[in-house]
Unconditional design. Structure first.
Length: 379
């Protein structure tokens, strides 16, 4: 049996790894539009920018692993169409060339997401959208002491880039239309702490502010981080159910019984949360990759893992577990020292109807397990 994996990122490589580690003996083929070996993206806005890791350190495996484990890695190849009825897909080289047809028994979509573009920046600057190794190399080259960069969007990528840039004595201005950075995810209580942290490190953080086009034009580099759009085009053309992501059930199966989807592109019916959720984080790519491998090989396992993400900014390290959801929260309980700009450590619990919906810690690594285990408990 041939399992075809469309997409060459962490989710794809994890699924292939789990298939082999669990003893699957059939053919496994990964089709990747990038020429690189599959790699993790978080280090591109964290350790690689700070110089504590090289790009090669972010690779999931070296090239020899794919050969030794009989995983065929087709790089620089784009899947242009899928025919679910015929169980075939068609590919063409990204650089141009003839299209070829390939058969599959089971197929996994791990096509990820693409950065959301900002037309104003596209018109007046040559903005960087941090997604690939090439983007990272361009950003690294620009982070010289005294350089001036403008960041549009105070989300995770924007703030991590701001942190790395300030640690290299780069002048940083961040524009964010919301009242606070990360407020949609963390709420105003914790979001304010991130605003204070960045201002304490010299970031010119302009909240509730539209972008100054003159500032964009004058910057040495403009970085745009205003979210991502799931890459659903292939699924839509194949007739799969799509609604702000490829719709998958509790087992990560799409509307076609022989096609699954995971990672940034998948809108998953979460059996624990009781609602659909699409998560664009490193941990989800790994954990969904493991579960979907079992199901591709014949199991019927539900994906029940709760969302998790982390960030590193200056001396702040944070882990977040769970999901508040569209109904929000009644209160957030904060324990500890919230002066993170001066080494404080704290824990926070988002509570709805007497139950912890999400929890996080900042700089309190001994509390990691207890904070994670608090999600779903009464408080």
């Amino acid at each position: 049996m041939t399992i075809a994996i469309v997409g060459g990122g962490l989710a794809a490589a994890t699924a292939a790894t789990e298939l082999r580690e669990r003893g699957y003996e059939g053919d496994v083929v990964i089709y990747s539009a990038e020429d690189h070996l599959p790699y993790e993206r978080p280090p591109l806005s964290k350790e690689v920018l700070l110089g504590s890791k090289q790009v090669e350190d972010a690779q999931v495996h070296d090239e020899a692993w794919y050969t030794e484990n009989r995983v065929r890695l087709e790089r620089g190849v784009k899947v242009v169409s899928i025919d679910p009825a015929a169980h075939t897909l068609r590919t063409e080289p990204v650089a141009g060339g003839e299209r070829t047809e390939h058969a599959y028994e089971k197929l996994l979509l791990a096509t990820g997401a693409q950065p959301r573009h900002f037309d104003v920046a596209d018109r007046v600057a040559d903005p960087l959208y941090l997604r690939t190794v090439e983007d990272n190399a361009r950003l690294l080259a620009a982070l010289e002491p005294g350089a001036k960069i403008v960041i549009v969007g105070a989300g995770w990528i924007g703030l991590e880039v701001a942190s790395a840039a300030r640690q290299k004595d780069v002048e940083v201005t961040v524009y964010e239309v919301a009242d606070l950075p990360l407020v949609a995810v963390l709420g105003p209580e914790i979001a304010q702490l991130f605003a204070d942290l960045h201002r304490a490190h010299g970031v010119d953080l302009r909240l509730s502010t539209a972008v100054d086009q003159a500032a964009l034009a004058a910057a040495d580099l403009v970085v745009v981080g205003i979210g991502a759009i799931p890459s659903t085009e292939l699924a839509e053309k194949a007739g799969l159910s799509v609604d702000r992501g490829v719709l998958v059930d509790e087992t990560l199966r799409t509307s076609d019984p022989d096609i699954y989807a995971i990672g940034d592109v998948a809108s998953h019916q979460h059996p624990v949360l009781g609602r659909r959720i699409r998560v664009e984080h490193w941990d989800t790519a790994i954990e969904q990759g493991k579960v979907v491998a079992h199901n591709l090989a014949g199991a019927d396992e539900q994906y029940t893992h709760l969302p998790y993400f982390f960030t590193d900014q200056y001396d702040l390290g944070m882990e977040y577990f769970g999901s508040v959801g569209p109904d929000g929260y009644d209160r957030v309980d904060i324990e500890g020292d919230t002066d993170v700009a001066n080494g404080g450590a704290f824990r926070a619990y988002w509570v709805k109807d007497g139950t912890v919906r999400a929890a996080m810690h900042a700089n309190d690594w001994d509390a990691s397990d207890s904070v994670r285990d608090s999600v779903g408990t009464a408080r």
